[in-house]
Design a protein around this ligand. Structure first.
Ligand SMILES: C[S@@+](CC[C@H](N)C(=O)[O-])C[C@H]1O[C@@H](n2cnc3c(N)ncnc32)[C@H](O)[C@@H]1O
Length: 445
């Protein structure tokens, strides 16, 4: 397969150039790179051309590439020959330089409905697995499960998995995909879910008018919330809530709710299809991801410090504290969190433009409390193997983190990999989302 996308501009996307006619930006290049990896994984020989820029070289780090003078820049006058093309080949991967791209196996998560969830480890899973695969463990606690992709990976490797997150929608992702091993939404359920419900209220239509979705979509949501209540089976409820959570993220530019209106709408397919269409597509995706791994897995919805689980290995991926970052999950995803709770037991801050809910307190997002929080966490789970994900530009730093683990465990190993977050974990500016950091995995035994 030959892929010839709009070229990444030599000077990056300066703001004034952002709205290029192709509507193809950094995040699209990152998405295309993922597709390139997926195709390579399933055995397709892919050739891709792009500009020979630092950004593109980093994207395809690990694959073979060649730089050639650009056709359009060929000129008899060498001084005007400014640009080069990069040709990337999916075969003959350079083994000497392993990166997460080489380790990535599309098959591992063939069915997982990936999200653009902030801080998701989706693309780092093969790296994480490499760090733990030689340890002996049969049960895992994914203490901050988020999108549930790490839990899903452990589940695929036939471990007994307990997922936990204090956000309700994250709990439903795990209930649908980790605890559930056989229930699907069938045609009758889907019919029931999408039909207009005359008894539904109009809370969403009235409260969020003009903020995130259009009038018809808001009415669809009001009706859907009422219909989900009619489902008797808890796993069906979680599948439906997961499908609508992911639909809302996909239908929304940038997948977040920190701004109102549609100023980042770039016309891509996700922006053009209706919320109902997204919902239907996501039901399919979640249904397809359900499988049985032979264990009694579980999804919990607790503050991490209230957990009482006893497992062989605890994986900890809390929000990363960095001085300038926005790592407040409630702020980014307040609408989805409110939706899955039907705004029960949450406090809407009506004075805010976004009508967000009051945030859930967590010590991991403040400099003053983050050290103590880790210490408490490590003490709490000291009987288990401790595995922590953290990044290079965060506090505590690598040495501090290793030192804290050493207090409770004999051996501490640190693994690291370069990682390009496609989605604003490390910068609060919504229009500057691709950030390269060193990602650490600490393994303490
Ligand atoms: C970095 S994300 C986890 C991402 C996840 N590993 C993935 O790959 O999608 C951190 C998660 O921690 C959760 N969280 C933050 N503080 C928490 C607490 N005190 N108790 C439980 N969960 C918490 C957040 O809701 C968020 O989903």
């Amino acid at each position: 397969m030959y892929l010839d996308p709009p070229y990444y501009p030599a000077g990056g996307y300066a703001d004034f150039k952002r709205y290029t006619k192709e509507f193809f930006y950094e995040e699209d290049h990152i998405e295309l790179r993922d597709e390139f990896c997926r195709l390579a994984d399933i055995g397709c020989f892919v050739i891709l051309t792009n500009s020979n820029t630092d950004f593109v070289r980093r994207l395809y780090d690990g694959f073979d590439y060649e730089a050639v003078d650009s056709r359009r820049n060929i000129s008899c006058n060498a001084s005007t020959r400014t640009g080069q093309d990069l040709i990337v080949f999916s075969k003959e991967v350079r083994q000497s330089k392993p990166t997460q791209l080489i380790l990535f196996s599309g098959r591992l998560l063939e069915h997982f409905p990936g999200t653009r969830y902030m801080g998701s480890k989706y693309r780092l899973l093969p790296f994480i697995w490499e760090c733990v695969k030689d340890l002996e463990f049969s049960s895992v606690l994914d203490a901050f499960s988020g999108s549930a992709c790490v839990s899903y990976m452990f589940r695929q490797y036939e471990r007994r998995v307990i997922s936990n997150d204090f956000l309700h929608f994250a709990y439903h992702f795990a209930k649908a995909l980790i605890e559930n091993s056989e229930v699907h939404l069938d045609e009758n359920d889907i019919d029931l879910l999408i039909q207009p419900n005359p008894k539904a209220g109009n809370f969403i239509t009235e409260t969020f008018r003009g903020l995130y979705f259009n009038e018809k979509e808001n009415r669809f949501l009001d009706s859907l919330v009422a219909n989900i209540e009619l489902l008797k089976n808890q796993f069906k409820k979680s599948l439906a809530l997961s499908a609508i959570s992911r639909a809302c993220m996909k239908r929304r530019a940038r997948g977040i709710f920190t701004f109102i209106g549609d100023r980042y709408d770039d016309g891509r397919r996700d922006m053009r299809i209706s919320l109902q269409q997204h919902f239907l597509e996501n039901i399919k995706a979640f249904n397809a991801a359900v499988f049985n791994n032979g264990h009694n897995n579980m999804s919990l919805n607790c503050n991490v410090f209230d957990l009482k689980e006893n497992v062989d290995l605890v994986y900890m991926d809390p929000p990363y504290y960095t001085p300038n970052s926005d790592n407040d999950y409630t702020r980014r995803y307040h609408f989805i969190e409110g939706l899955v709770r039907n705004w029960k037991g949450v406090e809407i801050q009506y004075n805010t433009k976004t009508k967000k809910i009051r945030r859930y307190e967590t010590p991991f997002i403040s400099k003053d409390t983050v050290h103590d929080a880790f210490d408490k966490l490590f003490a709490k789970f000291r009987e288990s193997i401790l595995v922590v994900s953290y990044s290079s530009n965060s506090i505590p730093n690598k040495a501090d983190m290793a030192g804290m683990l050493k207090k409770y465990k004999k051996n501490v190993r640190v693994y690291q990999v370069e990682h390009l977050y496609s989605f604003g974990t490390h910068n609060h500016k919504v229009d500057n989302n691709a950030k390269r950091v060193r990602e650490f995995v600490f393994v303490a035994t």
